[in-house]
Design a protein. Structure first.
Length: 146
């Protein structure tokens, strides 16, 4: 589709004076069109990270992934998601509830608490999520919780 042709041109700096300008346009393009085409997240998030690396932009790929995480968008690789948050110096309290539960669901947390119980706690407010995030993450991921 034309969306991918345009993306390809941005990645290759066609019509741009600088890699930074192409990066900013790609981010803007992705933010606008992802509402209409949610599947773009499967491609553009990683391709934008590639642009950062290939063109050696001031931000880092992990910095870009942290920006995506701040929007509450989950990455396909939970380890990458966690690493981007840690590199950005963010705190576990800043995870959106949906993302936190997705991470816990994808990892080994289900050994301690079955997933349906987590979802029930989330839906019915039995779990004080803000107070529990740090302890849940500490139990699941260890001592690097901030």
């Amino acid at each position: 589709s034309y969306l991918f042709v345009y993306t390809y041109e941005c990645i290759n700096l066609v019509g741009f004076d600088s890699p930074q300008a192409a990066f900013e346009r790609l981010v803007s393009f992705w933010q606008h069109y992802r509402v209409l085409q949610p599947k773009l997240d499967q491609y553009l998030i990683d391709w934008i990270a590639d642009v950062v690396v290939i063109h050696q932009l001031p931000t880092t790929a992990l910095g870009w992934y942290a920006q995506v995480a701040n929007l509450g968008i989950s990455l396909h690789d939970p380890e990458l998601y966690i690493e981007s948050w840690l590199q950005a110096g963010d705190k576990w309290e800043n995870f959106s509830s949906e993302v936190l539960f997705q991470l816990l669901e994808l990892n080994k947390f289900d050994q301690f608490v079955p997933t349906p119980l987590l979802q029930q706690a989330f839906v019915t407010d039995y779990l004080d999520l803000n107070g529990a995030k740090e302890s849940l993450c500490h139990m699941n991921y260890g001592s690097f919780v901030q």
